[in-house]
Design a protein around this ligand. Structure first.
Ligand code: SF4
Ligand code: SF4
Length: 107
């Protein structure tokens, strides 16, 4: 059964502690001026860690919570774009490291 947790965005200070602490990576965010954090109920296991680390205590269990599909899609798009960028950076770093090693072995 899916356990619904809701983030009350009004007091949220955008610290991202919940996102970093979530063991199932169920929390992502998108931005429309400020970060809007979204919990994906399909990934949430109800561990309550996010609620415990949230400084203003604005994450609560809410069985009636229905996520806005548009918000979830935006948050997932942002997460995918970030992952893609991180992968590209990692690949580029690897390429440069190999280039340096290669240059060193030719010297
Ligand atoms: S309750 Fe646990 S699994 Fe669900 S969003 Fe919070 S940290 Fe993630
Ligand atoms: S831990 Fe709380 S204040 Fe920080 S981003 Fe998450 S919901 Fe917002």
């Amino acid at each position: 059964m899916t356990v619904a947790y809701r983030i009350d965005l009004e007091p949220c200070i955008n610290c991202s502690l919940c996102r970093k602490a979530c063991p199932t990576e169920a929390i992502n965010y998108f931005s429309t001026g400020r970060r809007i954090h979204v919990i994906d109920p399909s990934l949430c296991i109800g561990c309550d860690i996010c609620a415990q680390v949230c400084p203003p205590q604005c994450i609560h269990q809410d069985p009636d919570y229905v996520i806005d599909p548009g918000d979830l899609a935006s948050a997932l798009d942002k997460a995918r774009a970030f992952a893609k960028k991180r992968h590209a950076l990692k690949t580029e770093r690897k390429r440069r490291a190999l280039a340096v090693t290669g240059a060193g072995s030719r010297a």
